[in-house]
Ligand binder design. Structure first.
Ligand SMILES: [Zn+2]
Length: 205
């Protein structure tokens, strides 16, 4: 089933003209739900797939090449993400990679350390016993290695210690297109939080 879906996606991607982007939004296909089970949907999690959407987006990677990514998000922000990723792609905004966190067994630290942009993950917020906005698919993390979570000496992912330096390439700031697009669609940026700074994180309430 997973192979079949990959073939369908690949053939869809191949039919897209060289520079054209592919942007799709569907209900979460059964094959993807299976992929998520026990990973971004741990056993016992209260996930209602009717509230989620599966997106395929096109982006420009760090080498300037066109690439295709998958996102699972809440249906409430699906249109926002399609709009934002279209705008980012048209502007050539560089994103390292966009995979489901299930490619990392649902392990957010591994996903972040691989600089993976991802959205839905049924997990608690960092350092909290409360569910994260990611557990509802209402938050997305962009280029996390360059845009870590920072609270005092705590840096996540741990591999991103240099990401505390906000002058390096791909660091999101208020001048950034990514920041402007998310703000224009009513998202909050973790880089503007008071205590901890979560520079990769955009969330809609
Ligand atoms: Zn986040």
């Amino acid at each position: 089933m997973k192979t079949l879906l990959t073939i369908i996606l690949l053939s869809l991607c191949l039919t897209v003209e060289a520079k054209e982007g592919l942007f799709l939004c569907t209900k979460v296909p059964p094959a993807i739900q299976l992929r998520m089970a026990g990973k971004s949907c741990p056993e016992g999690s209260e996930v209602n797939f009717d509230d989620l959407r599966y997106l395929v987006v096109t982006y420009t990677d760090f080498k300037g090449h066109r690439a295709f990514g998958e996102i699972v998000c809440n249906k409430a922000i699906a249109d926002d993400l399609i709009y934002i990723f279209k705008e980012l792609y048209e502007a050539g905004y560089p994103i390292r990679r966009v995979r489901l966190v299930d490619s990392y067994g649902g392990d957010d630290e591994l996903s972040m350390a691989d600089d993976n942009t991802s959205c839905f993950n049924y997990r608690n917020a960092v350092g909290s016993k409360k569910l994260s906005a990611h557990a509802h698919g209402m938050a997305i993390d962009i280029n996390p290695l360059e845009n870590p979570y920072v609270k005092g000496d705590i840096v996540k992912p741990a591999a991103a210690a240099s990401g505390k330096d906000r002058t390096q390439p791909h660091a999101i700031s208020k001048k950034d297109l990514c920041y402007k697009l998310f703000k224009s669609r009513g998202f909050v940026w973790g880089g503007e939080w008071r205590s901890a700074k979560d520079y990769q994180h955009f969330e809609k309430k």
